[in-house]
Write a protein that binds this ligand. Structure first.
Ligand code: AMP
Length: 183
């Protein structure tokens, strides 16, 4: 199964992707995690990306696209994947489509996680990641509204909406029952 997860920062995509990845036995690929690993390992890509992460801005496409292309070429991603945090713009969606069609692959579905902004901001402020200061959190919400939300229309044909407020297990069940081919 090849899935993309979209939702505002703090909607719990990462948590749900980890649960779902285990259930479907496909890798959970989070571009935010990949960037943070690069920053930690002090790679050249990490040095390029760091100031964007710190500011809550999108890392430029030439950096992001190459990283995703390489990750999706890894053997474990051949059976399927959950993409969490990519694409984040319509332009990145076109990049993803090119990567997949080159290998005769296509997406099965796009899961949209919805939650009110005050709920997600509250969650992020209690999480305490280094880019979770109030100013950066608010900025990341703005970036989501301006740059990522237009993607939802782009994926209207294969989009499934999951309300992401409530206990983690309940949301996981909602995700599972809305998937194509769900039991
Ligand atoms: P996340 O872990 O998804 O909240 O992402 C954390 C940060 O990583 C974002 O605020 C961006 O700086 C960067 N990032 C993650 N995914 C992308 C992407 N698809 N395009 C550009 N920047 C990204």
């Amino acid at each position: 199964m090849r899935l993309v997860l979209i939702g505002p920062p703090g909607a719990g995509k990462g948590t749900q992707a980890a649960i779902l990845g285990k259930r479907l036995e496909v890798p959970h690929i989070s571009t935010g995690d990949l960037f943070r690993e690069h920053v930690e390992r002090r790679t050249a890509l990490g040095r390029d990306a760091k100031r964007y992460l710190d500011a809550g801005e999108l890392v430029p496409d030439h950096v992001t696209g190459g990283m995703v292309r390489e990750r999706l070429a890894e053997p474990d991603a051949q059976r399927g994947f959950l993409l969490d945090g990519f694409p984040r713009t319509v332009r990145q969606a076109h990049t993803l489509a090119r990567i997949l069609t080159a290998d005769n692959r296509e997406l099965d579905a796009v899961l949209e996680f919805t939650a009110p902004e005050d709920v997600v901001v509250e969650r992020l402020l209690s999480r305490g990641r280094s880019d979770d200061t109030e100013e950066v959190v608010r900025h990341r919400q703005r970036v989501y509204r301006d740059q990522t939300a237009p993607l939802l229309a782009h994926y209207a044909d294969i989009r499934l909406t999951v309300p992401a407020v409530g206990p983690v297990e309940e949301i996981a069940d909602r995700v599972w029952s809305c998937l194509p081919g769900a039991a």
